[in-house]
Design a protein around this ligand. Structure first.
Ligand SMILES: Nc1nc2c(ncn2[C@@H]2O[C@@H]3COP(=O)(O)O[C@H]3[C@H]2O)c(=O)[nH]1
Length: 620
């Protein structure tokens, strides 16, 4: 029994040790241990005493391998901790304490410490900003009345105007800091002027950082944040703010120590982001954005040449001004001469003095390479900009050329060809594109509705046929309209054809004609009039779906077309409006059905007075 107990006990301890590393606590094993300790307590104590009595005093530790020795010690330490834990568990079985938890506690304590430190940092920051806010409050309050509490950066033109001023300041720094750095532009008489200009540019930067940027509205989770406190905080948390602050650091004070040098203003160039913002905003508000894009690309070209001119002067200075034939001779305006050299060299015009020294050859070669890569990409960019600006026209030309080629290949009579050509040219001139709907199709419905309502709803509301109809139905109709142009004399509708669409005149005029050779003009309909609706709204049972008259374009007629299917799709949702359109007492249409006798022909029976469809403008 004694040895069995010993064996079990030691085996349990060994298993416990083996499980230590993977942190798995075998409940059976634990239970076995606990039960063993309790149930066989006398035996265990006997065993312990026995072991203590019988065991010789422990030998002094022999360290064979330092690493394994340390590992063993660590295991023993953890075993002790574990033993402690089990002791506690025996006292309170439901205690949810673990070694990992101790680790977690330590981590939590660490976190708490960090939070406290952070709090301290935040508090300091807040204190700093509240002081700053208090100082700046009077200025900000004054500016509120001028620029508003917050600014919508996308639509506010005043903001774009301000950005243009900041852009001038940025350009001043970008061009002049580099030029002053390389050319000998600093002297006793010029320095005060430079200083004045620098101060003015810095003032603009400062106003932008203090007044404009903190007012910029922003989008958070889909909401437009217009609260001033939040816009200010958003700006202060942004990277841009950090950059703006770096931009404003007054390294210029080093002038006192090192003299007047523009290198101390190099940090002002970091505000170049604002230039790109200005560029984007300007593009979005300009009707012809490509003009700005071309100007901007030319600006980049000029700036590259400017930088090259600066390098050339520095290189000449390094070689000795006027020392060799290749360097700047020292005559005339240094900047102009160097710029001229840069133009010839970068654009690979040639005709330059041959470089002789290694330095000169290396410089010149670098110039040629830069010219090839940078300039070709900039010129390519320019081509893209111009290409995008004229894409519509290119598409129109390509379509027309394709159609003409097709007609020529198929021997279409030249009269028809001429008419097609005229149609293309007139359509392009009238609407600047061949198919308006193509453009609008890409937009979300709400935008299309807004545009359609803006352009045509007023015209629609005036049409007698639709009087009393639901407004929403009219909007639905607007969305399904297609624009089409007819040439002078084209038949839009032929008597006896099946009516598949109705028309609303957008521009120009049409004539309802009849009699021998269609020589009798019954009525001329102008912009805002509707026609072709009779055959559309009548039942097909007794052949009512046939056109009741000839309608031909008088001059160029720009028409909206509404297809029968679309009309009935809409009317399904507006039964009241359907009644209005088909009611004999409320609508002219039914009256029309009775008055079709004019087509036999009795001119003028079908007129504005009798039908209310459209004013009779002229009748021959
Ligand atoms: N029948 C008739 N149609 C007219 C007159 N004035 C304009 N129209 C339009 O001419 C269109 C010819 O096609 P529809 O019959 O579909 O619809 C006709 C009317 O909308 C008129 O005096 N009589």
């Amino acid at each position: 029994m004694y040895f069995v107990a010993c064996y079990n006990f030691l085996k349990s301890v060994k298993q416990l040790l083996n499980n230590e590393d993977n942190n798995s606590h075998d409940p059976t094993l634990l239970l076995c241990l606990v039960l063993f300790c309790f149930a066989e307590r006398p035996l265990v104590s006997e065993l312990t005493c026995c072991v203590q009595e019988e065991a010789p005093p422990p030998p002094p530790p022999i360290v064979i391998n330092k690493y394994s020795d340390e590992q063993l010690r660590a295991i023993i330490k953890r075993m002790r901790e574990r033993l402690e834990l089990y002791r506690e568990k025996i006292v309170d079985q439901y205690q949810s304490y673990s070694y990992d938890e101790e680790k977690k506690k330590a981590e939590a304590a660490e976190q708490e410490k960090n939070v406290k430190e952070k709090d301290m940092h935040t508090r300091l920051k807040e204190a700093y900003w509240s002081t700053m806010d208090a100082v700046l409050k009077p200025i900000e309050d004054q500016m509120d009345s001028v620029v508003g509490t917050t600014i919508d950066p996308f639509t506010d033109r005043r903001y774009v105007a301000w950005l243009s001023i900041v852009t001038v300041a940025i350009n001043y720094n970008v061009w002049f800091v580099t030029a002053r750095l390389c050319f000998p532009y600093h002297n006793e008489s010029a320095n005060p002027q430079w200083l004045a200009m620098d101060l003015l540019a810095d003032f603009i930067y400062f106003v932008d950082t203090i007044i404009f940027q903190p007012r910029k509205q922003f989008v958070k989770g889909g909401d437009i944040i217009k609260d001033r406190v939040m816009t200010k905080q958003n700006y202060r948390d942004s990277e841009r703010f950090t950059m703006d602050l770096i931009c404003l650091l007054p390294f210029d004070l080093l002038y006192f120590q090192f003299g007047f040098k523009s290198i101390f203003r190099a940090n002002r160039l970091l505000k170049v982001d604002t230039f790109f913002e200005f560029s984007d905003r300007l593009e979005s508000i300009m009707a012809k954005a490509y003009i700005w894009r071309v100007i901007r690309t030319i600006g980049y070209l000029l700036f590259m040449l400017h930088i090259n001119a600066c390098f050339y002067y520095v290189a000449s200075d390094y070689q000795g001004i006027g020392e060799t034939k290749w360097v700047y001779s020292g005559n005339g305006s240094a900047y102009l001469r160097c710029y001229y050299h840069a133009v010839r060299s970068l654009i690979n015009i040639g005709g330059l003095s041959e470089p002789h020294t290694v330095f000169e050859i290396t410089f010149q070669m670098t110039n040629f390479f830069t010219g090839v890569f940078v300039f070709s990409s900039l010129i390519g960019q320019m081509r893209d900009v111009i290409g995008a600006a004229t894409a519509g026209q290119t598409y129109f030309r390509a379509s027309m050329d394709g159609t003409v080629e097709y007609m020529v290949n198929n021997n279409i009579p030249s009269m028809v060809q001429n008419r097609v050509r005229t149609w293309y040219t007139y359509t392009w001139d009238a609407q600047g594109m061949l198919d308006e709907s193509e453009l609008l199709d890409k937009m979300p419905l709400v935008m299309r509705t807004a545009i359609a309502v803006d352009i045509n709803l007023t015209t629609f509301q005036k049409i007698d046929l639709f009087k009393g109809c639901d407004q929403q139905m009219l909007v639905d109709m607007l969305l399904r309209l297609k624009s089409i142009i007819y040439l002078p004399g084209d038949f839009v509708v032929k008597k006896g054809d099946i009516g598949k669409e109705m028309y609303i005149i957008k521009g120009g005029a049409v004539q309802v004609v009849g009699g021998p050779d269609n020589s009798i003009v019954f009525v001329t309909l102008k912009a805002g009039c509707v026609f072709g609706e009779i055959s559309l709204l009548q039942s097909s049972k007794d052949g009512g779906n046939r056109r009741t008259a000839n309608v031909k374009a008088y001059g160029f007629a720009n028409l909206f077309v509404l297809e029968k299917k679309d009309l009935f799709d809409i009317l399904v949702h507006y039964p009241e409006s359907q009644k209005v359109l088909t009611n004999p007492r409320t609508n002219s249409l039914s009256k029309l059905q009775k008055t079709n006798s004019f087509l036999s022909p009795t001119p003028g029976v079908y007129s504005s007075s009798s039908t209310g469809l459209c004013p009779r403008l002229s009748a021959s």
